[in-house]
Design a binder for this molecule. Sequence first.
Ligand code: PGA
Length: 241
Amino acid sequence: MNVIVCNTADEMDVIASKEFVDLISTKPNAILGLATGSTPIGLYKKLVQLHKDDKLDFSKVTTFNLDEYVGISQEHACSYHTFMHENLFKYVNLPKENINIPDGQAKNLEEECKKYDQKIEDAGGIDLQILGIGRNGHIGFNEPGTPFDAVTHIVTLDQGTREANSRFFNSIDEVPTKALSMGIKSIMHAQNIILMAKGADKAEAIYNTINGPVTPVVPASVLQLHPNATIILDKEAASRL
Ligand code: PGA
C-alpha cells in the first residue's frame, strides 16, 4: 500500500484529481468507481474545475457508484443519486447513459445486485476506484464482518453508520436501515484504488487498515492485499500511524 500524508485537505484533493486526469488523458473511455460522503466532495470540486478550465473530457467516461440506500427515492435529497448529481454530474459532460448507481428501489433487489456486477464486468472492469472509509473501517457499505468474497449485495447498515449519516437527514429515524453496496470482491477487482480519509475520527480505522491484520473486522484492511492501492490522508487521519 502506498500511503501519502498531506498537510491540507486541498493537497489531498489535488493529488487524487491528478490520478483522474492522468487516467482520462491516457484512456478517454475510462471506467471510474465513485464514492459518496463528505470525503470526496473536494475531489469532485477539483474535477469540475478541471473540466471548466482545462476541458477535462468526460464524454466517453463511464462511472459506477459504490452504493445506494434502499427505501428512499432517487429524487430524495439524501439519495446518492442526488448527491452525485449535485456534486459532480450536473457540472461535467458525462453522458447520462454512462452513469451507473445501484437502484435501491428495484423491485427485485437481488436481481439488481447481480445485474450491477455483470454491468461492471461487461464494461471491462473499473480502472480507478475512489473510496472513503467509515469510522468502523467500512468501505462502500461493507460493514465489519462482511466476507471478502462478497459481490454487490443488500446490506443492513450498522447503527454507528446510520448515526454518522444522520447528519444529512432530519433525524436518525429517517436514515434507511438497508442499502445496496458493491462488495469487497467487486471493489478489489479495480485496477487502481485510492482511499481518502480526512479527520481525527478516522485515525483509528486508518491505523487498523494499514497496520492491523487483514481481517473482515476491518473491511478496509483488505486493501493491504491489493497491488495498486493508495491511501491519501490528512495529518489528523494519519495521527495514529
Ligand atoms: P464520509 O463517509 O466521507 O462522509 O466520512 C465515508 C464513509 O462512510 O465511507
